[in-house]
Design a binder for this molecule. Structure first.
Ligand code: SF4
Ligand code: SF4
Length: 124
């Protein structure tokens, strides 16, 4: 690279706003359709188990705990945040949120249980 061009690039970089932020003091808003921590709506679940069948890592389990009542166990340590389960669910009972702050020192805290609620169809 010619010295003149190099100096121009260095000067440009000095006055440019950095693309990085001072995390965790500053946080970025994740874009729409970001695939972060999963959320489960037990009141919409019909227990069809399609999410389990389509999950490539075995990170999700659904248990029947009563008449039309289901609860989910999601292992955030195994999940690869592909959102295949969200796409596969016919009842919109799973959702990928924008939550990315999942680091834990205790591995057992990555296993999340969403407890059952009476069935209620999802809003259209
Ligand atoms: S996001 Fe992907 S890896 Fe995670 S539970 Fe759903 S299907 Fe499995
Ligand atoms: S979360 Fe959705 S795909 Fe999974 S069992 Fe419930 S209704 Fe079926």
């Amino acid at each position: 690279m010619r010295p003149g061009k190099m100096i121009r690039q260095v000067l440009k970089s000095i006055f440019k706003k950095p693309v990085t932020v001072m995390y965790p003091y500053e946080k970025l808003e994740m874009p729409d359709k970001f695939r972060g921590k999963l959320k489960y709506y037990p009141e919409r679940c019909i227990g069809c188990r399609l999410c389990i069948k389509d999950c490539p890592t075995g990170a999700i389990d659904i248990k029947k705990v009563g008449e039309n009542q289901f609860e989910a166990l999601i292992d955030l340590g195994r999940c690869i945040y592909c959102a295949q389960c969200v796409d596969s669910c016919p009842k919109k009972a799973l959702e990928a949120t924008k939550d990315v702050e999942l680091a834990q020192l205790d591995e057992s805290k990555l296993k999340i249980i969403f407890h059952a609620k009476p069935y209620k169809p999802a809003d259209k």
